[in-house]
Design a protein around this ligand. Structure first.
Ligand SMILES: [Zn+2]
Length: 443
């Protein structure tokens, strides 16, 4: 049967038309399905690539407040939930390599006394935590230590002092802190100390930045502290300091400097974040800006809501201040309890973290940015980035936004390591310099 088609006429019946329409509809569905499948495959691809990258990369976080949490309520870090945001299982899930444990000395110790003792107690606590888990953790104090820990599959724990009042105005105490393993110092916390101005206590209802501007940046002794830190190889951290102090530090420091846990003021106009100009100047000197993940640091609406909530508790706060103003540690405890009554407002979406990372890249280049989460020191991590276990989401989003794997590795840790190596090199170049002998004088 060869010729039967030749004579056949094509007649489309109503049924044929209905069938054709059906086929077209099916094709549309199939196409949508295919596109969806392709998108899922792409998403799976990004997720898989992120997971692999996270395993390979050195992941540094320059600010983790676990010591303060553990000093309040001690727990074994091998147990899930040891602190709000940190423990070994969640650190492992997130691919964390090297957190800086914050040796956070509250401003109250500057008034009450005992700041150096508080720092030493938290340094001791950090060593004890690491000593308890020799197979999973090791103390680290250099670029080489961090790389060795990664090779050994261990968590490298470093230390940074938060609050320059911890050295009690003494260069010998600063040197002892270095010998105890401390590798950075945030020059101030929210208090202006005897030698450096702070950006102030932005989280208090009666915050007034003018009250923190006492020295116009750094005093002569403050400049000597920075120079001695350069000589030792202790990273100078400008998170928390005032804008005038940032200028003074950039002028005097002989090594690049870092912001261990600050974000971008262009995206959220709050005093703890950095201006584009500051970010550019920090980067131009070889420094890094490590992004803080607090919702209030990431999102202007969240910060505005927070300030609004503070206005409401202002009368109660001022009454407390009247009663306990002369007992700084008691005042701190009561103020903290009052703050906890603040209704937890909105949280930023976690992708805002990536917006801030990209902003630094845009303003100052891809070598200038990393992560300084402030986990365990904040109560408002962004929605979807609740603790360390979720870090790979940042990696995945960076890949999705078109950053190369090499660029993502820089953000995760290589930028910090290159910066830390520059600080170590500055130290080596100053090896012939004798230890600083400057002393603080209240006159
Ligand atoms: Zn802080």
């Amino acid at each position: 049967m060869e010729g039967w088609r030749a004579g056949a006429r094509v007649v489309l019946t109503a049924a044929d038309l209905r069938a054709t329409a059906g086929i077209l509809r099916d094709m549309k569905t199939a196409l949508a399905l295919l596109l969806a499948l392709a998108a899922t495959a792409r998403a799976d691809d990004f997720a898989a690539r992120a997971k692999k990258l996270q395993r390979e990369a050195i992941v540094v976080d320059t600010h983790l407040d676990a010591p303060d949490q553990l000093s309040g309520k001690f727990a074994d870090v091998a147990e899930r939930g040891a602190t709000p945001h940190f423990d070994l299982p969640r650190a492992r899930e997130g691919g964390l390599t090297a957190p800086f444990f914050s040796i956070y000395v509250a401003s109250a110790y500057a008034e009450a006394g005992g700041a150096a003792r508080r720092a030493l107690e938290l340094i001791d606590l950090t060593h004890r935590v690491v000593d308890t888990h020799p197979r999973d953790m090791m103390m680290a104090a250099s670029v080489a230590d961090i790389r060795a820990a990664k090779k050994a599959g261990k968590l490298a724990v470093l230390m940074g002092i938060e609050g320059g009042h911890a050295i009690e105005d003494s260069l010998p105490v600063l040197r002892q802190m270095y010998r105890a393993g401390v590798r950075y110092m945030t020059l101030t916390h929210t208090n202006t100390n005897h030698w450096a101005d702070s950006s102030g206590p932005f989280y208090l209802p009666d915050f007034d930045p003018k009250q923190s501007a006492v020295h116009g940046g750094l005093t002569d002794f403050g400049r000597d502290v920075v120079k001695e830190m350069n000589r030792l190889g202790m990273i100078v951290d400008i998170s928390h300091v005032s804008d005038a102090t940032v200028d003074a530090v950039l002028a005097v420091s002989r090594a690049p400097v870092m912001a261990s846990h600050s974000s971008c003021r262009a995206l959220d106009d709050m005093p703890r974040d950095l201006t584009d100009d500051q970010i550019k100047r920090i980067a131009a000197k070889g420094g890094v800006v490590m992004i803080n993940v607090s919702s209030g640091f990431l999102d202007a609406d969240v910060y505005r809501d927070f300030r609004g909530a503070l206005e409401k508790i202002k009368p109660e706060y001022l009454a407390l201040k009247k009663k306990y103003g002369k007992q700084p540690l008691e005042m701190q405890k009561r103020a903290r309890a009052l703050m906890e009554k603040l209704a937890h407002g909105k949280r930023a979406p976690w992708t805002r973290v990536v917006d801030h990372i990209e902003h630094v890249i845009q303003v100052a280049g891809e070598d200038a940015v990393g992560l300084g989460t402030d986990f365990d020191g904040i109560e408002d991590p962004p929605e979807g980035l609740d603790d360390y276990s979720m870090l790979p989401k940042i990696t995945e989003e960076l890949l999705r936004r078109g950053h190369s794997e090499a660029q993502v590795k820089k953000v995760l840790g290589e930028n910090f390591l290159a910066f830390f190596a520059r600080v170590e090199a500055a130290r080596d170049s100053l090896a012939a310099e004798p230890p600083g002998t400057a002393t603080y004088s209240s006159k």
